[in-house]
Design a binder for this molecule. Structure first.
Ligand code: FMN
Length: 208
């Protein structure tokens, strides 16, 4: 039995491609893995706050030295980290916004990338992720354009490299991407890409 953390980050509802596809994956997964538990977090509709000065002070104060105010300032972050660490697998729906991730998703990243909780810095400055290495991450993206590897457009894809880097930083390196792209490039390109993404989702339900 696995605990899956399912996160959406589009502010759109039914019109959202990333939300629709992540839901499609989770629904099929539940059919074939009824014993698994799903925890759902909707960053698009219920964003987490940006870090502020008291958050930063708390994050860099050892827990036993924190004032009640600092403990309170970091409590949501602590529960988000707990939620992350309790999950075995992650399914993310992430639109591409301005070549990267939506700010709601970035705000979540800032809450869960925590020194002493999800990574540590060694004496020589080396970074080690603290998330156990057996976790798996599936990222379903939606994009208006297309950024095929090996083409000049690939340089504009700062979304996949960023997600790979930041989750790798905290120890999650088994990462699969499914891109629904070309969504704003005409009906034919859009339908072709959606069909390919749906096929990849069906395969991931069997193989992931
Ligand atoms: C603010 C904003 C910025 C966007 N930036 C990009 C971009 O840089 N590259 C791209 O290919 N598409 C971009 N798009 C298009 C979205 O990625 C596309 O509409 C996608 O379907 C949105 O995800 P959703 O359907 O899950 O809401 C942008 C859309 C919005 C609203």
């Amino acid at each position: 039995m696995a605990n899956i953390l399912h996160i959406d980050s589009s502010p759109r509802g039914e019109r959202s491609v990333s939300r629709t596809l992540s839901y499609e994956f989770i629904t099929s997964w539940k059919d074939t893995h009824p014993e698994d538990t799903i925890t759902y977090r909707d960053l698009g509709r219920n964003p987490v706050p940006h870090v502020d000065e008291s958050w930063i002070a708390a994050a860099f104060t050892p827990p036993n030295a924190r004032t009640p105010e600092l403990t309170e300032a970091i409590s949501l972050s602590d529960s988000l980290v707990d939620e992350l660490l309790e999950a075995d697998r992650y399914v993310l729906g992430v639109p591409m916004y301005n070549l990267s991730v939506p700010s709601t998703f970035k705000a979540y990243i800032d809450q869960i990338v925590r020194v002493g909780r999800t990574f540590v810095i060694g004496e020589n400055g080396s970074i080690s992720g603290l998330v156990p290495s057996d976790k798996k991450l599936l990222v379903i993206t939606s994009r208006g354009g297309t950024f095929p590897p090996g083409t000049p457009a690939a340089a504009y894809d700062l979304q996949e490299p960023y997600i790979r880097a930041i989750f790798g930083f905290i120890g999650i390196t088994d990462i699969t991407f499914i891109h629904a792209d070309s969504l704003n490039l005409g009906d034919e390109a859009r339908e072709k890409s959606l069909e390919a993404a749906k096929n990849a989702i069906a395969q991931a339900v069997t193989n992931w």
